[in-house]
Design a protein around this ligand. Sequence first.
Ligand SMILES: NC(=O)c1ccc[n+]([C@@H]2O[C@H](COP(=O)([O-])OP(=O)(O)OC[C@H]3O[C@@H](n4cnc5c(N)ncnc54)[C@H](OP(=O)(O)O)[C@@H]3O)[C@@H](O)[C@H]2O)c1
Length: 240
Amino acid sequence: MQLSGATALVTGANRDLGRHFARELLDRGAAKVYATARRPELVDLPGVEVLPLDVTDPASVAAAAAVAGDVTLLVNNAGVSHGVNLVDGDLSKIRATLDVHFYGTLAMIRAFAPVLGGNGGGAILNVLSNLSWLSYDGNNAYAVAKSAEWSLTNGVRLELAGQGTLVSGLVFGPTATETMRTHASDAVMNDPVDIVRTALDGIEAGTTEIIADRFGAEAKAALLGPPRGFVLETVTRAAG
Ligand SMILES: NC(=O)c1ccc[n+]([C@@H]2O[C@H](COP(=O)([O-])OP(=O)(O)OC[C@H]3O[C@@H](n4cnc5c(N)ncnc54)[C@H](OP(=O)(O)O)[C@@H]3O)[C@@H](O)[C@H]2O)c1
């Protein structure tokens, strides 16, 4: 898909990866970028169309789809990471994690699939994780949610093939954003700009599964062996 002239909508565009997506899309010549956020007053990028959007609120999703009927690229970036395990973690936080990553992404796709179809097919980019393929003791609810989002991505790809919509998943590991800086040093994490550029190169090339770093490649390779977890400490130790 050609991004020059495209109309994109990015969820969670007020900071970190979402903000980088919106900026890079403008840099690549997108005709319009809807930078959406639960708190739109925090969007500070010149040149974007700001829209309020909470992906877990059906009325908010419907309102965004009603306004943004010209979208040709949907970037499902919004995410949360509550750091909860499955057996003894707070069940409301487990549900909240799935609400954003799985049900939120699903709600956006259900609302925007007709829009994309009406505009010639377009593309959906779901921002996944190496934890779509690996568990992570301490944040297993997040891994479950990202795994579900990966399966969702593959199912939706089949369902939207008939209308010509490219459905891509972006897989990568620790990246220096606000959330991650509390866990690991910048020196061992990806630069968010590199991840966003690789992702958008993948969309322009029509790639269905964009594996953007070694963490993603290692996680995919690990699927061939016995199930195992990701250990963030190895990342942190590598910095020392
Ligand atoms: N950073 C990494 O190492 C890494 C690695 C792999 C995958 N990812 C994935 O990449 C994506 C972005 O990560 P990030 O590190 O940039 O995250 P982040 O810094 O935590 O930012 C998350 C963004 O999502 C928004 N958001 C949260 N809940 C939302 C909701 N219900 N509706 C709309 N927006 C909502 C946040 O808005 P508020 O500002 O209002 O909270 C914020 O703009 C996520 O899907 C994450 O799972 C990140």
